[in-house]
Design a protein around this ligand. Structure first.
Ligand SMILES: NC(=O)c1ccc[n+]([C@@H]2O[C@H](COP(=O)([O-])OP(=O)(O)OC[C@H]3O[C@@H](n4cnc5c(N)ncnc54)[C@H](O)[C@@H]3O)[C@@H](O)[C@H]2O)c1
Length: 411
């Protein structure tokens, strides 16, 4: 049942109580955001501002929304992926917290695109078809690797109409969220959707960036034989020295039992790879879009497609081999599991909240370009997280500070 509640589009408002429990559960693991929320309630740094967010609608995102709302913002949230929405959370946001929420899990294309008009993300919608609204925008933040790449390209071409802070570039974001969050939750999504044993399997990972590194070490921990494919010589070398086999995808395709793409690139698994894969190979994507696996080619090669179990589509090929696609090629850590654990989203979203405050404070003074997260915000998030974890660290003595900043002493 699709319900419009106070301007929102959510599946079922009766799920709100269940959603609130999930939001509260995540909050237990999000102490940094909790501290920011307390301060925002007092300081009201976002008062009078309208804030639109396009994010996976999960219990962690709900905690970010509540923090921004506590800061005084008037909020609207839409889903950034039709399979990642938690309907109960969406209902709680819409009906308990008056956050305008447009998110229904598994929604068809029309419903998914309806709140955003043309299906691109918020930034591209604004730049393409809502240009009249651009002068009202003070600035934006970007959460993902792929998004930052696109926004930098827009800035380079002089078409970015307002400043953006690249939250993804904060150390307290990508070192933890991409590596530990996606690493663990991707494994979780694969196991939940297939119940496959990883020990002894050949586990092929395309891309050895932050996500790939996290995923590789976790797959290894499960006893898998991990193979890495890369296009970047330094990353490939790092993978080899971290103890992984590095192969071209053309060769890896022949030996892999499980394939996961985490590159942000297109057609990383392509027709020629499907043609040589083993019977029973499992294909998953945890990169940004469902374009990392060439689904059109897979469809064309298949003589039949059926659901083998929820979230697992069996593609039968002409020679009888079967390939199993997880979560329709969308992000498996969200489609098959619950996305990143709250403890890592705590840091990513603390950056989001503090960067929203930074943009509000510096309204009109920032240029139309992509900014890194200010270093003091990054270290503040790390400091608060350590504090919340009960971990104390050393500080430099005066002698050490002098020594480290001097070029005359030492050697
Ligand atoms: N599933 C999630 O929740 C989640 C979370 C964070 C990031 N991501 C996405 O995961 C992707 C990777 O993120 P990251 O932070 O690791 O980025 P990254 O830039 O650190 O790593 C990407 C790596 O892929 C490699 N690569 C590019 N094309 C390739 C190809 N054709 N074959 C093999 N390797 C290739 C690059 O050389 C690079 O090393 C991005 O699309 C990002 O948006 C997803």
């Amino acid at each position: 049942m699709k319900v419009s509640s106070k301007g929102s589009d959510v599946k079922d408002v009766n799920l709100a109580a269940q959603g609130q429990d999930l939001i509260d559960w995540a909050a237990r693991e999000m102490p940094v955001l909790g501290l920011i929320r307390q301060r925002f309630t007092k300081d009201q740094p976002l008062k009078g501002l309208r804030l639109a967010a396009c994010l996976h609608v999960t219990s962690e995102t709900a905690n970010l929304m509540l923090t921004l709302k506590a800061g005084g913002a008037d909020l609207a949230l839409c889903a950034s992926n039709p399979l990642s929405t938690n309907d109960a959370v969406a209902s709680a946001l819409a009906s308990h917290h008056a956050v305008k929420t447009y998110a229904i899990r598994g929604e068809d294309n029309d419903t998914y695109y309806e709140p955003m008009d043309d299906g691109a993300d918020l930034v591209s919608v604004l730049h393409k078809s809502r240009r009249e609204q651009l002068p009202q925008v003070i600035g934006g933040t970007e959460e993902t690797t792929t998004g930052v790449i696109r926004l930098r390209a827009m800035a380079e071409h002089g078409v970015l109409a307002y400043p953006i802070v690249a939250v993804n570039e904060a150390d307290t974001k990508h070192m933890f969220d991409n590596r530990y969050g996606t690493g663990q939750s991707t494994i979780d999504g694969i196991i939940r959707s297939t119940n496959v044993l990883l020990a002894g399997k050949t586990f092929v990972i395309a891309g050895y960036g932050w996500v790939g590194r996290g995923l590789a070490s976790r797959a290894k921990g499960h006893g898998a034989d991990v193979v890495i494919t890369e296009v970047d010589a330094v990353k490939a070398l790092e993978a080899a020295m971290d103890g992984f086999r590095v192969l071209k995808m053309d060769d890896a395709a022949r030996v892999g039992d499980i394939f996961v793409t985490v590159t942000g690139d297109v057609n990383v698994l392509d027709r020629k790879h499907f043609e040589v894969m083993k019977d029973g190979a499992i294909l998953a994507n945890s990169g940004h879009f469902n374009s990392e696996i060439n689904l059109k080619a897979l469809d064309e090669l298949a003589t039949g497609v059926r659901n083998a179990r929820p979230l697992v589509q069996e593609y039968r090929l002409a020679d009888g081999r079967r390939l199993f696609l997880l979560g329709e090629g969308r992000l498996i850590n969200l489609a098959g599991a619950e996305g990143h654990p709250a403890a890592v989203m705590d840091m990513s979203f603390a950056n989001q909240a503090l960067c929203a405050e930074y943009i509000a404070k510096n309204a009109g003074q920032l240029e139309r370009k992509v900014y890194d997260v200010p270093a003091d915000i990054d270290s503040e998030v790390a400091r608060l997280k350590l504090h919340a974890m009960g971990i104390a660290i050393d500080t430099l003595t005066e002698e050490q500070r002098r020594y480290l900043s001097s070029w005359e002493e030492g050697t």
